[in-house]
Design a protein around this ligand. Structure first.
Ligand SMILES: Cc1ncc(C[n+]2csc(CCOP(=O)(O)OP(=O)(O)O)c2C)c(N)n1
Ligand SMILES: [Mg+2]
Length: 783
């Protein structure tokens, strides 16, 4: 892809250098204001990262005020969020008073946040490494919608850009994403590494030097190293310059940082000691006073506007490119280069001096152009022509996708929810409509074993180029077709589950990012949700919308053993904001949950959906699905057997243990004829609704009543609930607080192990006998 080269050297560089100064000032002042000027009511440090911002100011000025286009999507290094907001302020997208609210309630968030920041953040960041990896998966989504012609015509392809702290490259998820990106032949990704060789605690190991180039090149990326600025490059050409260059090249990171912090006199002393006898070197030093020497020795390319612009504008193709930009952490601030500067904040005296050096008068701190050596109308004229700001906001809206009134599935005889899931998708795959065409499935090497096979057979696997199914061509029998093309609607990922969540996150943002709404469904084995927890949280935090299908689950996976069995996953989804979670027992419930889920994934104020499914075959009920029944499935529970008003016992179950609960319930009916049997399809829906109702009552809506309260309160506080789930018992035991009823929780709170169902259900206390035993204990008031 050819990108237009709009770079005209000359005045542009001068103006950008002035504005760079302004971004340094504003980001430093925003943090100072939040910490030292805004009233502090709790004595807590407000924080903010002046050094991390200063490190990346040149790069961000070049990007936001010159290089980027509206269609580009950026993950900003988390600790540089004040620079981003300051740039949006200069561009007129943020009011000045917003800058005074950094890290305040309702104000600018500590780290870039899609949902809470008001100025058009593309990707949230904060947990280091995720933003970078996200751009790789986002580029896959861009290719997906582009190659299928799904984006509106006006939406141009853009670059997926990550501004990355160098320590972020310690995160393993970065390499998982790089590998997946290589396999998927991604394009249009830029990573700009802020190579200040400092992390949080200290300087980074010198041994890392040179490693990154090889790493990126091995996955097909172009590496552009921005090491020395124009002035240092010129000095290297003077007599003695080659010795100076060798000295800097060999200088350990810590020494470079220490000398940067100490300043010109320290540089002079050290250079005289180390290489003072080299021909020309003393003259070179003599031509610079201490201030000039400090400025020369820290003239790294990541702070040299011209070098940065040259490098970025030189890229005219779509090959993934990593810029390794040498920088100084805290550049231009008193703690530049100090190993402890990550959390450093200028004290009031330092700030007063810095303010003076920036030419800012008292009262003009928030002024857009104060202290800049140029007429305001020239600067504002320049800003009005910034390409990135040609469209604002840059995020897209996309039409809703109509979801069928019911999802077809014939659930008869014995079937598992996992099998039902496969059948439902298989039926959808036969539809010829926008709904079916908007679904995109993905799985980390467990496509077939999570029952996506029938869908893939009908809809195919997505790839940039056509790839034949060699086994089919060779006429080797296989149930699974494995051809790939642009038409495919399944993304086959490598086994790294973390990438699944980042892919769901990216596909789940297709509407705002690329103008085409998609309905992503990701499948994985339930226990391996743990592998991707941070990315799951990340995806939800940035309001990506997707359906997560976790199957198989629980000790019901019997012979597969403890490494594959899960128990705490219902607690994970219960605690995760932004995702509705269901554990249905029957396939008709699942069909309704999925139908609702596809709408919920598109609804303003909606969210993602998690399904915990099972491979256990159970007898499917033959029943109709009236609206109020469907509503109760989505609400989280329904009475499979309504309790009599005076009953003392309710058995409440969730998921695959339905047969045990039903059997136990039948067994007690003779003695306790009024006992109720509650089918729980979603502990989380019940819980969230309960919390929401309480909040509503607190805010004056006294009539608000949670669905769980409607179900349980009429039974009175004398009732005992025996809850049973193939998962952690705490996922249901909170139900006792809804109406002050006693709970006898059954579930799995130990590591699993191999066995068959009868043995395991007995051992872990979730078989029908365990339920009956619980009933007996409850009746005689024993624990
Ligand atoms: C996953 C994760 N672990 C730990 C942190 C805490 N943390 C914040 S910044 C940082 C070091 C960042 O260093 P670098 O990426 O090089 O940023 P810079 O030097 O530009 O500030 C750490 C460990 C975090 N934000 N995310
Ligand atoms: Mg760093």
């Amino acid at each position: 892809m050819e990108l237009e080269n709009r770079y005209v050297p000359g005045d542009r560089v001068r103006l950008l250098t002035l504005l760079e100064r302004k971004l340094l000032w504003l980001s430093t002042w925003m943090i100072h204001h939040a910490n030292h000027i805004r009233p502090n009511r709790d004595g807590l440090k407000v924080g903010g990262h002046q050094a991390s911002c200063a490190s990346v100011v040149t790069l961000m000025t070049a990007l936001y005020l010159d290089v980027l286009r509206p269609e580009d999507r950026v993950a900003v290094k988390p600790h540089a969020s004040p620079v981003f907001h300051a740039a949006q302020y200069l561009l007129g997208h943020l009011a000045a008073d917003k800058l005074t609210e950094l890290r305040a309630l309702g104000g600018l968030q500590a780290y870039p946040c899609r949902t809470r920041d008001a100025d058009d953040i593309d990707f949230s960041t904060g947990s280091v490494g995720l933003g970078a990896a996200q751009t790789i998966l986002a580029s896959l989504v861009q290719d997906y919608v582009r190659l299928k012609g799904l984006s509106p015509a006006a939406v141009q392809p853009g670059r997926m850009v990550a501004l990355v702290g160098d320590a972020e490259l310690d995160e393993g998820n970065v390499y998982e994403a790089l590998l997946e990106g290589w396999k998927k032949d991604i394009s249009n990704v830029w990573w700009i590494i802020d190579y200040n060789r400092q992390s949080l605690d200290a300087m980074m190991s010198d041994r890392l030097f040179g490693r990154f180039d090889a790493l990126f090149e091995s996955v097909g990326w172009r590496v552009v190293t921005l090491k020395y600025g124009k002035r240092l490059e010129a000095a290297f050409k003077e007599p003695g310059g080659n010795v100076l260059q060798r000295w800097i090249d060999d200088c350990p990171n810590a020494l470079y940082g220490a000398l940067t912090f100490s300043g010109g006199a320290a540089w002079r002393k050290r250079l005289e000691e180390d290489i003072g006898s080299a021909p020309g070197l003393r003259d070179l030093l003599a031509r610079h006073d201490d201030g000039e020497l400090q400025s020369l020795m820290t003239n790294l390319a990541g702070h040299d506007m011209e070098s940065v612009l040259d490098a970025m504008h030189a890229i005219e193709d779509d090959r993934p490119t990593c810029f390794i930009a040498y920088t100084v952490k805290g550049y231009g601030l008193p703690f530049a280069g100090h190993k402890d500067n990550h959390v450093g904040i200028l004290n009031p005296d330092q700030m007063a001096r810095f303010k003076l050096s920036m030419g800012i008068e008292g009262g003009a701190e928030w002024d857009r152009f104060a202290g800049l050596d140029e007429a305001p109308d020239i600067l504002s004229n320049f800003l009005e022509r910034v390409p990135f700001a040609a469209r604002y906001p840059r995020s897209h809206d996309a039409p809703l996708i109509a979801v069928p009134a019911a999802l077809e599935v014939s659930a008869q005889g014995r079937m598992s929810t996992q099998e039902g899931f496969g059948k439902i998708l298989h039926e959808i795959a036969a539809l010829k409509d926008d709904f079916a065409d908007s679904i995109v499935t993905m799985s980390p090497d467990v496509t077939v074993s999570t029952s996506l096979g029938p869908w893939v057979n009908r809809r195919g696997i997505f790839d940039q180029i056509d790839r034949q199914d060699t086994f089919a061509n060779e006429k080797i029998a296989s149930a699974q077709r494995w051809a790939m093309s642009n038409d495919g609607q399944h993304i086959e990922l490598g086994i790294a589950e973390h990438n699944l969540f980042l892919a769901l996150s990216a596909f789940g943002l297709a509407a705002p990012l690329f103008g085409k709404r998609l309905l992503p469904i990701g499948t994985l084995y339930d226990p391996f949700i743990r592998r991707g927890l941070d990315a799951l949280h990340y995806a939800c935090y940035q309001d990506a919308r997707f359906m997560l299908v976790a199957t198989p689950s629980g000790i019901t996976l019997a012979p597969e053993g403890g490494a594959h069995q899960s128990s705490e996953t219902p607690l994970i989804t219960l605690g995760q904001p932004g995702i509705a979670a269901f554990e249905p027992a029957y396939v008709d419930e699942l069909a309704e949950i999925m139908r609702w889920g596809f709408e919920y994934m598109q609804a303003p104020g909606g969210g993602s959906v998690a399904l915990r499914l099972s491979t256990r075959l159970i007898d499917q009920p033959d029943r109709t699905m009236p609206d109020d029944f469907c509503e109760s499935i989505i609400g989280g529970a329904y009475w499979l057997r309504e309790p009599q008003p005076d009953t003392e016992i309710v058995i409440a179950y969730s998921g695959a243990v339905a047969p045990e609960a039903i059997a136990a319930h039948e067994a007690i009916l003779e003695d306790i004829p009024g006992a109720g049997l509650l089918a729980i399809t979603s502990a989380k829906q019940l819980h969230d609704d309960w919390m929401a109702s309480r909040r509503a009552r607190i805010s004056g809506r006294h009539e608000a009543m949670a669905y769980a309260e409607k179900l349980l309160a009429p039974l009175g506080s004398g009732v005992s609930l025996i809850t049973v789930v193939d998962g952690h018992p705490a996922s249901l035991s909170w139900l006792g607080s809804v109406a002050g009823q006693r709970i006898y929780p059954l579930g799995v709170d130990r590591f699993g192990q191999s066995g068959d169902l009868p043995d395991l259900y007995r051992d872990y206390g979730i078989n029908d006998y365990s339920i009956l035993d619980a009933v007996a204990r409850v009746c005689i008031r024993q624990q």
